[in-house]
Design a protein around this ligand. Sequence first.
Ligand SMILES: Cc1cc2nc3c(=O)[nH]c(=O)nc-3n(C[C@H](O)[C@H](O)[C@H](O)COP(=O)(O)O)c2cc1C
Length: 300
Amino acid sequence: MLKVILNGLEFKNPILTAAGTFGKGYELAHSYDLSKLGGIIPKTLTLKKKNGNPFPRLSEVPCGLINSIGLENEGIEHFLNETYPILKKLPTKIIVSISGESIEEFAELLSTLNRETDIDVFEINLSCPNVERGGEEFSLNVDILSSLLLKLRRMTDRVLWAKLPPDVYGIVRKVEVVKSVGIDAVVLCNTYKSTYIDVNKMSYSIAAGQGGLSGPAILPITLYIVREVKKTFPDLPIIASGGVFSTEDVIRYILVGAHLVEIGTMNFIKPDEVFKIPFGIEKYLKEKEKSLDEIRGYLL
Ligand SMILES: Cc1cc2nc3c(=O)[nH]c(=O)nc-3n(C[C@H](O)[C@H](O)[C@H](O)COP(=O)(O)O)c2cc1C
């Protein structure tokens, strides 16, 4: 009933755990039934191990969370030797999120993973600084975005998803690039640039002074972006990511056309919930006497 066929792959249901909010992906395998999830996206992987940013890296704010983790991860060597052999045995789809500080670094990472694994889907995390251009994010310049995605597209036949940072006013131009180079689906969106202040300490709440806002505060904005993109590019599949804290929130994204929905911050607050949401969707569909396909894009 909840099955989703997307990019030629079968997902048990539309629920994925978002990168950076579910550890390496397998830590909860002894406590929870991971087969209840449509898929898992482990923490973004980079070529070399990264220790991340100084602490504090997380700050709770009204209706949300600001993080500045700095892509802390084990690097590809450890991933291939230790983590991937465990991940590939899990009873759900594994989507591997990748990132780099230059086009070449992205390409080397993808080429190694493509050669040494049978991973079905790569999620390209575009919310990262391009050191060759003074730290400008890859998606800010559509020519750079296009060169990067085209290079990666030509390297593999596996499914590629592009995860964009949010952009309320200019998202259509960026998604146009994603679509034109043949990327299979777009993930909307990553966290929102933000900052917060601890008035008593007279300092920023996170050491980096700024970070990415996630959680319920962002849902209405990301929902708007998903709707805008789906209206403009009806044939490009969307994976929504932003502020989901309930079954109803997932349904909201599906009603404006999302095929799959990633859940992030909620996993820190109520880790059980992500496993219950598929049942919630089933109940909703029964009550409305409709299928998932019938409600997808119902409000466009
Ligand atoms: C602590 C934390 C770490 C994150 N790390 C990553 C990451 O490594 N790669 C990535 O693409 N997104 C990362 N994200 C963004 C989430 O995957 C998700 O897209 C975003 O938080 C919006 O969804 P949410 O409101 O459900 O959390 C992170 C978010 C949080 C809160």
